[in-house]
Design a protein around this ligand. Structure first.
Ligand code: CMC
Length: 445
């Protein structure tokens, strides 16, 4: 597989290059430095813009704005490349495992055998949750969406683990990070069990991360649980694919919440809330709902037509991405994993998979999608796999949250350790009423 970028482990630096802005109304000029990343386009440093020219910039949705410098993840959206700490996602999905990938994202390098062993043991040590937390679940309705439960329970961790909320203490930050990564599968499985009305299943530390999660989700006390190595491997790979994705909405939410000094559990709860939306992590759930709504290959043209109609809010879920203007590299791995899982489960002619593949084929040959560079994203196939494994659609985004916790935690730590870190505080283009005097009630019309 051809990867066109060769990242070098060097920090973003102000090179000699600069751009000059000229204000034609005053004739004033301002030189702004160009920062050179290790890979990717240069970035204009606009920090002196307001003091130099008296202007702010306007960029709703941050389509052209870098909010931080980061060494963790790189995306080349035009080429369809995703690198974690420089390593292509396809290679990690093929050769690595989730614990190793988590170590890589957190520490910047692949672990040695000893480091991997120690890290995995440390994570394993934190898999149980405070027993009192089980009563917290009982406050939720059984039919609560598990993402609602996750937001509440993860936010509540700060009320249970007081000894890891001091963000100025590196040891406490480390313990909080390990706790979050370790407890997310337990918390997610408990949310699932609660919705089913089944007893919670405690973690088993001799099992791998994904294997343990599947057991906590699907084992019942009434019978022996027989896990599948193929499904555990697929789950592990899905976790790798979702582990980080640079400054996406939920990661930016975590960073923004953390920039005020909020504790890590509160920050990750904020990230979960942001991930829930259908334009972000909630898309995997929306894809499956859409496929069922389409129902039959014959109805695909009707839905393609709707997706192209500007007066219809319907969008083809699992298609398009803010950054990828090419095939999402995660979607390719996901498509392969989908086949492996369905084979393992003996599903040879899944109509929903056949429908998805036909929809992809038709959309990719349609001028509207070609012109706008709309390709399948990571969520297009993940729902089919997760459904086949036995998860209801409401759990799909929860599984995304388990994996993305590693990225959130890595990005949060990077932000806290950055000496230039400031509270995140965007400016605005105010379009409201200018200053005006208060009008007494009897004078209002
Ligand atoms: N179906 C139909 N048209 C689309 C779609 C779609 N899925 N996505 C984008 N477009 C059109 C959009 O209408 C616009 O057309 P025009 O230029 O004529 O106005 C053009 O493509 C550009 O779209 P945009 O909304 O400006 O792009 P964006 O970068 O703001 O949005 C997106 C990115 C992911 C929110 C969007 O593509 C979308 O809503 N996709 C469906 C939801 C989805 O699958 N989300 C998962 C993203 S991947 C997982 C993750 O990272 O969280």
């Amino acid at each position: 597989m051809a990867i066109k970028v060769e990242p070098k482990p060097m920090p973003a630096v102000a090179g000699q290059d600069s751009v000059t802005l000229q204000d034609h109304s005053t004739g004033k000029k301002l030189d702004l430095p160009l920062l050179t990343p290790s890979v990717g386009p240069k970035v204009i440093d606009i920090r002196k813009l307001y003091s130099g020219l008296g202007y702010f910039t306007f960029d709703p949705g941050y389509t052209a704005t870098g909010s931080c410098d980061s060494k963790i993840t790189y995306i080349d959206g035009d080429q369809g490349v995703l690198l974690y700490r420089g390593y292509p996602i396809e290679e990690l999905a093929e050769h690595s495992d989730f614990m190793e990938t988590a170590y890589l994202l957190l520490y910047g390098e692949l672990p040695t055998a000893q480091q991997k062993n120690d890290f995995t043991r440390s994570i394993t040590y934190h898999t149980m949750v405070h027993e009192q937390l089980t009563t917290f679940y009982r406050g939720f309705r059984r039919d609560a969406h598990p993402m609602a439960v996750m937001c509440g329970v993860v936010g509540a961790l700060s009320a249970f683990y007081h000894d890891s909320t001091d963000i100025s203490d590196p040891h406490q930050r480390l313990v909080a990070s390990y706790r979050l990564i370790a407890k997310m599968p337990t918390i997610a499985a408990m949310a699932f069990k609660y919705s089913l009305g089944q007893p919670f299943v405690y973690p088993r530390n001799e099992l791998g991360y994904a294997e343990n999660f599947l057991r906590m989700a699907f084992a019942v006390p009434a019978e022996d649980y027989k896990g599948s190595a193929v499904l555990a491997k697929a789950m592990d790979r899905i976790f790798i694919l979702h582990a980080d994705h640079e400054q996406n909405a939920s990661t930016s939410t975590v960073r923004l919440a953390g920039s005020s000094g909020a504790n890590p559990f509160a920050c990750i709860a904020a990230g979960i809330a942001s991930l829930w939306g259908p334009a972000h992590g909630g898309a995997n759930e929306a894809v499956l709902k859409m496929l069922y709504e389409i129902g039959d290959k014959k109805r695909i043209p009707e839905f393609i037509k709707r997706a192209k109609d500007k007066d219809d809010p319907f969008r083809l879920m699992g298609f398009g991405h803010r950054v990828y203007k090419n095939y999402d590299p995660r979607a390719k791995v996901m498509q392969r994993t989908c086949r492996e899982v369905l084979d393992e489960l003996g599903v040879h002619d899944d109509p929903i998979l056949a429908l998805a593949m036909e929809l992809e084929r038709i959309a990719l040959s349609d001028e509207y999608f070609i012109e706008r560079k709309l390709y399948p994203n990571v969520d297009f196939y993940s729902g089919i796999i997760l459904k086949a494994m036995g998860f209801p659609t409401s759990m799909f985004t929860v599984l995304f949250a388990i994996a993305r916790t590693v990225g959130w935690v890595a990005q949060w730590n990077e932000m806290i350790e950055d000496p230039d870190q400031k509270i995140g505080r965007p400016r605005q283009l105010y379009t409201g009423a200018p200053r005006r005097p208060y009008v007494a009630l009897d004078k209002r019309r």
